[in-house]
Design a protein around this ligand. Structure first.
Ligand SMILES: NC(=O)c1ccc[n+]([C@@H]2O[C@H](COP(=O)([O-])OP(=O)(O)OC[C@H]3O[C@@H](n4cnc5c(N)ncnc54)[C@H](OP(=O)(O)O)[C@@H]3O)[C@@H](O)[C@H]2O)c1
Length: 265
């Protein structure tokens, strides 16, 4: 599907991956509705995108039902509707589970799972009546191979992947596409200093947001159902799906390194 003049709603638009995606989508000629929580950053992104394509911004916390409704309404006012929803906003915590604060755990699940599900639910009637539409959920390797010290985040991305798969099967007889795209580690602010320190110690590479954004835009154009970026990650996911005990064995050393970094940011 060509993205020229497609009306795309992108959450987490001012984040590391979101802003790279916004620019790639704008270059492809899409009309953009950009959603995020920071007024100044949204303004700066608008200034970059505006010369490239039609764009509207929406300052919103996507966990609030009223905000979700406003976002859909803003897209309708600006462009007459939404063709593609990219559920990109996300939060992550690198922490021992016993240290996890209940409020943060609840927020993480709301941002990473409930909000994407709600936005999708609000948009589906419009897409179904038009007989076209595409829901794109940005997942994570931890949505297929859960990781110690990312327990709530892993749970949230497993849930997002399950939601994507179930909805895709439910909408199988319609023209609506539902995709799950799993980037591997990206050099963005979601990975706080402790995680960057750990990644350095464990010799883990991080992808550049621009490169990942280009892969995601291509995947959307080709209407891919599932994309797992990185061969190593894809193999790990498959092995973990079949023999999770093998993964337990291989990650045990990495877990010892990770534990140190949760306490020493
Ligand atoms: N970076 C990685 O290593 C990596 C790897 C695999 C998958 N991913 C996924 O990629 C997606 C994008 O992450 P990123 O790396 O670009 O992280 P990021 O730079 O932290 O961007 C995430 C964006 O989401 C926004 N956001 C968070 N909560 C929100 C809310 N309630 N309402 C509206 N916006 C909200 C954040 O805004 P504030 O900063 O104002 O809260 C931020 O702009 C996430 O779904 C993440 O799980 C990332």
């Amino acid at each position: 599907m060509h993205l020229k003049d497609r009306r795309i709603l992108l959450t987490g638009a001012t984040g590391g991956l979101g802003s790279a995606l916004a620019i790639e989508l704008a270059k492809a000629g899409a009309k953009l509705g950009l959603v995020d929580t920071e007024y100044d950053q949204l303004g700066q992104l608008y200034d970059k995108i505006h010369p490239l394509t039609d764009v509207t911004t929406c300052l919103a916390d996507i966990t609030e039902l009223r905000a979700q409704q406003n976002i859909i309404h803003d897209m309708y006012s600006a462009f007459g509707g939404t063709d593609i929803l990219i559920n990109n906003a996300g939060i992550k915590e690198f922490i021992e589970y016993t240290e996890q604060k209940p409020a943060m755990m609840e927020r993480l699940l709301k941002v990473n799972v409930i909000a994407p599900m709600q936005l999708t639910r609000l948009l589906l009637p419009e897409m179904l009546s038009r007989e076209s539409g595409h829901i794109v959920n940005i997942g994570s390797p931890f949505g297929s191979t859960a990781s110690a010290f990312f327990t709530a985040y892993s749970a949230s991305k497993f849930a997002l992947r399950g939601f994507t798969e179930a909805l895709r099967r439910e909408l199988d007889s319609t023209m609506i596409k539902v995709s799950y795209i799993s980037p591997r580690g990206i050099d963005t602010p979601i990975n706080g200093q402790a995680l960057f320190n750990m990644a350095k110690a464990a010799n883990l590479q991080m992808d550049a947001p621009d490169d990942v954004a280009r892969i995601i835009v291509k995947a959307i154009e080709k209407e891919k159902k599932e994309v797992y970026i990185g061969l190593g990650q894809s193999i790990t996911n498959r092995v973990n799906g079949i023999i999770p005990r093998l993964t337990d064995f291989f990650v045990s050393r990495k877990n010892r390194i990770m534990r140190q970094y949760t306490h020493h940011p």
